[in-house]
Design a protein around this ligand. Structure first.
Ligand code: NAD
Length: 493
């Protein structure tokens, strides 16, 4: 399979109101292969005019189109049809995602692809199962709590998994009955453009899903500030989340933010070290560390500290870097040179601040790898909470290891950053596992494994500066409470 077979030769247009649209000012940007930094596709940049056209299309589709009148069953049927079409076209989606983001192709197909199809099927089911509530008040009142779609949703996506995240979020947005403007990251725009066309093929009415590519500061900001957008959800960095909070103040719109993380992974001395070394590596190297919930701070009981580090070094040094389309490769490049340079700055900062380098930490010398954005798996030991590498999200395959003696100390270290996204705990003592999981200040915790086993059914919520808003379909819905009085002449005063 050659991924270029799935790439268009002509520039990718925006997708507005069911059509490919060329912006008035024909400005473009390039999609670049992270393996060698060579451009492979051209994409149009939307301006404010096109963003407003996409918002107007979503507004019209919600207020006056057939979508707003559809039953839950009809919406469910469309989502299921989309899942079936996606399954048929999965190779194309996985190939383009792997090429643009620098992922392992197998992972893009069997993990991201599988989860994307599954999310659409899951939300096809959810669309049929939404329920309100009858609250018992007194004998003369029927109090109904109902859940409504927000209306027009702006969904702003990050670059680290736009295909899977986009399908999961659009599954929920559409199951709830909203229309949407999707703004993908400029570093990873293609799969959402493809997906919008797939939805049209599946039978979704035009204008229900629109995709506008381009700059966050122009397109994203216009979506956030628009009076015609009822709700904005953004997944991305905490600083971008803060900018969105500020920009949403004029319209007081509902916002939901899924932001950065610096998740702790606490390992107690009673574990099977060989087994947990593999988990600890997996927790911070999946997708080359470009995963929001990565376990990037390993908090390790002192009695097993050196043994664990020795074994972890061997495990990390066995990674095979290269092009993610080569099945022998296990470590793909980072998405972009700019991001890669930032990760290297953190590695230099770790060295300068006196952390002990266990492995990685110097660029590959192979000239082929030097063309791309490759960072060897890097482990720093003896990292203290004052260090930048302990406090700040690096978003690459870089681990900070800190020793502890007591459970209380482990929790103090674990909760010592501004983030609260996720965390792990490894111990054979199940009571301690639960106690520690409950005490970690984060919205998604794993005991004796790492990463979610049910992203659609059981999504995590960001605590502290890792996010705002509830997880799941309710994120895209708003409640109403109706009091129906069944008795005549019951004015109280
Ligand atoms: P980013 O914050 O740079 O960008 C996210 C999106 O916001 C992009 O589409 C960008 O164009 C847009 N944007 C930028 N400035 C904007 C503005 N002023 N107004 C509106 N939109 C704007 O994030 P990224 O670098 O693309 O992604 C990596 C980050 O995403 C990491 O911090 C990671 O932890 C986070 N992330 C979080 C989760 C989660 O579930 N919590 C999941 C995945 C990624």
């Amino acid at each position: 399979m050659n991924p270029m077979d799935y790439i268009r030769k002509e520039p990718y247009q925006l997708f507005i109101n069911g059509e490919r649209v060329t912006p008035e000012v024909e400005d473009t940007f390039e999609a670049v292969n992270p393996v060698n930094n060579e451009p492979f596709a051209v994409i149009y940049k939307a301006g404010t005019k096109e963003t407003n056209a996409a918002i107007a299309a979503a507004r019209e589709a919600y207020d006056n189109g057939p979508w707003g009148r559809m039953s839950c069953r009809e919406r469910s049927d469309l989502l299921y049809k989309a899942a079936e079409l996606l399954q048929e076209r999965l190779e194309a989606f996985a190939a383009v995602e792997a090429l643009e983001c620098g992922k392992l192709y197998g992972s893009a197909y069997y993990f991201d692809g599988d989860k994307s199809v599954d999310a659409l099927k899951y939300f096809a089911g959810v669309a049929r199962c939404m329920k309100g509530e009858i609250v018992p008040i007194d004998h003369d009142t029927v109090n109904m709590v109902q859940w409504y779609p927000h209306g027009v949703v702006g969904e702003i996506l990050p670059w680290n998994g736009p295909f899977m995240m986009g399908c999961q979020k659009l599954g929920a947005i559409l199951a709830a009955g909203n229309t949407c403007i999707v703004k993908p990251s400029s570093w990873a725009s293609l799969t959402m453009l493809m997906f919008a066309e797939l939805l049209l093929d599946a039978g979704f009415p035009k204008g229900v899903v629109n995709v506008v590519t381009g700059s966050g500061r122009i397109v994203g900001d216009a979506i956030v500030k628009s009076d015609d957008v009822d709700m904005v959800a953004m997944t991305g960095g905490t600083d971008t989340g803060k900018a969105i909070i500020a920009a949403s103040n004029e319209t007081v719109k509902d916002i939901a933010l899924e932001l950065g993380g610096k998740s702790p992974n606490i390992v107690f001395e009673d574990v099977d070290v060989d087994d947990v070394v593999k988990w600890a590596k997996f927790a911070f190297t999946l997708n080359s560390g470009e995963v929001c919930v990565s376990g990037t701070r390993l908090i390790l009981q002192r009695s097993i500290y050196e043994e664990f580090l020795t074994k972890l070094k061997v495990e990390c040094e066995s990674a095979v870097p290269g092009d993610g389309f080569d099945p022998k490769v296990t470590l793909a490049p980072l998405i972009h040179k700019e991001h890669c340079d930032e990760v290297w700055k953190y590695i230099e900062s770790g060295k300068a601040e006196g952390a002990r380098l266990i492995c990685g930490g110097t660029p590959y010398t192979d000239p082929e790898l030097a063309k791309g954005n490759f960072v060897p798996i890097t482990v720093f030991a003896d990292v203290t909470p004052e260090m930048r590498i302990f406090q700040e999200e690096i978003f690459g395959p870089v681990l900070c290891v800190t020793p502890f003696d007591t459970e209380e100390e482990a929790l103090k270290i674990a909760n010592g950053t501004k983030y609260g996204l996720a965390g792990g705990v490894f111990t054979k003592d199940i009571k301690r596992g639960l106690r520690v999981a409950q005490a970690i200040k984060g919205g998604q915790i794993y005991v004796n494994s790492y990463f979610s086993k049910a992203m659609a059914e059981s999504p995590g919520t960001g605590w502290k500066q890792s996010g705002i808003g509830v997880a799941g379909i309710k994120k895209y819905m708003i409640s109403k409470t109706i009091f129906l009085d069944t008795k005549d002449g019951s004015v109280p005063f």
